[in-house]
Design a protein around this ligand. Structure first.
Ligand code: NOJ
Length: 535
């Protein structure tokens, strides 16, 4: 019996509620839809679900623009549905993590509406970052929004307010005790409803420094923060620590207070995971100090090439880094903000990488649809919704591709997701990828995940860390072979497009693609494939 807290090596399934399952035909997924499919999630073999925001929201940023963090948007259902979802998940043995978005509210939140009315110098404005323009009328500083354009918007009386993201997402002022205590009310609200943990949006952004000072290179820091802008790594790494609104020391005090609140719930092991893109990587360990949060997302695999030396570095660095503070790493191949892994590195490669990663120590986050090998959807510009697309005037296409709803059943789009018209179009090309088809195909990606998750539980999670058997830095047979041993299981990933033979005896537990040839104490690992062998 594993006595470690449940989250330490959990697999956590990320549900983007709008895209999961629509129960009422309005074209958008909803909480009753999720409830009706929780059995599917449980049978996948994950330990927990993480729900992206379903709170009251004008939905300018996919619900990350929250107008009431303690209520459910009618598009998704109501609080009774949320309560029922938590209860049904628990009855199926699934933990529930909800998203919290403490960096900003929606401009439709009552506080912001009050701030607009109350005017300059008021306590209502002091909950946000309202400031006077410069003498020439320009914004208080030159920061650029992460979604493009200036990060300040002017209101009628001439003051500007800060928004690191869309202008509909005013940043909260975390130096104001009212903000601190209101957030505690929100955390307690969801804990009292029964949730097991939180995913903290922009966890590294709450505290800003030098708010009224220009940055010497605003475009530089803005580019450095974007994965899709290529930049000399030295320049990028020199710029990132100078970002005055991310990863400031003050954020840690907030999480120390939150930790006390979490620990006061003695009836369960509450966990929180930080979304914190920080540099240098060692800074991420600060978020998981023993009196702060429990996990911090590791985003290194979201844009990693399918290359042995690169992956070797990411895996060793991630494990060592977290080990230095007695924590375990987290792994994610896809999420709602990045291109889907099957589109980025190829479907067969994505299967191989997933099987490799599921064997590693730590917690794995699986973005709904990843278990189907879904690629990004093809979206005509006329259907796009992401504010990034609009704020960059189409220069960046944004993140809608990864958010296309799931194909459940049937022969044509929208594949049972909705009886209405889906909020983003599904394509008929996904005919073979539906959950219905994949459920009965032993070779499907869905069944690969199901089998791997079961084997992970049975053979791996109690087994401590890994030892490298083969790597580009470890006298490997090939530049394209990575292999680790964990407990009684050896895991080999062949990243090349030719089969590789290794001397190894044992029972083949699983292969991500192709046929393994076994004879005379040797196994042939198929091209672009991962195998697990039990000794
Ligand atoms: C990170 C979330 O994952 C993303 O979807 C959102 O747009 C930003 N934070 C702003 O809340």
């Amino acid at each position: 019996m594993n006595s470690a807290p449940w989250w330490k090596q959990a697999t956590i399934y990320q549900i983007y509620p709008r895209s999961f399952f629509d129960s009422n035909g309005d074209g958008e997924g909803d909480l009753p839809g999720i409830i009706s499919k929780l059995q599917y999630v449980q049978e996948l073999g994950v330990d927990a679900i993480w729900l992206s925001p379903f709170y009251t929201s004008p939905n300018k940023d996919g619900g990350y623009d929250v107008a009431d963090p303690r209520d459910v948007d009618p598009r998704f259902g109501n609080l009774d549905d949320a309560k029922k979802l938590i209860n049904v998940a628990h009855s199926l043995g699934l933990k529930v993590i909800v998203d919290v978005v403490p960096n900003h509210f929606s401009d439709q939140h009552i506080w912001f509406q009050q701030a607009l009315k109350a005017g300059r110098g008021s306590p209502e404005r002091a909950r946000f970052h309202f400031h006077e323009p410069n003498a020439d009328g320009t914004p208080p500083n030159n920061w650029i929004s992460l979604f493009g354009g200036p990060s300040w918007t002017q209101v009628e009386d001439g003051q500007y307010y800060l928004h690191l993201f869309d202008s509909s997402q005013p940043d909260l002022n975390w130096e104001n005790p009212e903000v601190v205590s209101d957030y505690e009310v929100t955390l307690r609200f969801w804990l009292d409803l029964g949730v097991d943990g939180f995913r903290i949006d922009v966890a590294h952004g709450l505290v800003k420094e030098n708010l009224l000072t220009n940055h010497p290179d605003p475009q530089g820091i803005s580019d450095a923060l974007r994965l899709d802008v290529s930049m000399d790594p030295e320049i990028r790494y020199a710029l990132l620590p100078t970002v005055p609104y991310f990863d400031r020391q003050g954020v840690h005090e907030i999480y120390r207070q939150w930790r006390k609140l979490f620990d006061s719930y003695k009836d369960r092991e509450v966990m929180a995971v930080a979304e914190a893109w920080v540099h240098p990587p060692v800074n991420s360990t600060r978020y998981v100090r023993s009196d702060e949060l429990h996990q911090v997302f590791n985003f290194d695999l979201l844009d990693a090439p399918f290359k042995a030396d690169f992956l070797y570095d990411v895996v060793t660095r991630s494990i060592d880094l977290m080990d230095s503070v007695g924590a375990l790493p987290t792994w994610a191949l896809s999420n709602h903000d990045s291109p889907r892994v099957a589109s980025r590195i190829g479907e067969i490669q994505a299967r191989a990488l997933a099987l490799f990663v599921l064997a590693l120590p730590g917690s794995c986050y699986v973005f709904a649809g990843q278990e189907l090998g879904l690629p990004d959807g093809d979206i005509p510009d006329s259907s796009r919704q992401d504010p990034i697309y609009f704020r960059t005037k189409g220069a960046q296409k944004g993140r809608d591709g990864a958010r296309v709803p799931l194909p459940w059943s049937g022969e044509s789009a929208p594949f049972g997701f909705t009886s209405g018209s889906p909020w983003l179009p599904l394509t008929d090309k996904w005919k073979e990828l539906t959950i219905e088809k994949q459920s009965v195909d032993p070779k499907s990606t869905l069944n690969l995940y199901r089998t791997a998750l079961k084997l992970r539980t049975d053979h791996l999670i109690d087994q401590g860390s890994i030892t490298w058997l083969e790597s580009p830095n470890h006298g490997s047979k090939s530049d394209s072979l990575l292999a680790v041993r964990r407990g009684n299981v050896s895991i080999y990933m062949n990243l090349s497009d030719i089969a590789i033979e290794v001397e190894i005896t044992g029972k083949l537990l699983i292969v991500s693609a192709g046929i393994v040839d076994a004879r005379d104490g040797k196994l042939t690992i198929p091209p672009l494939s991962t195998i697990w062998v039990h000794h």
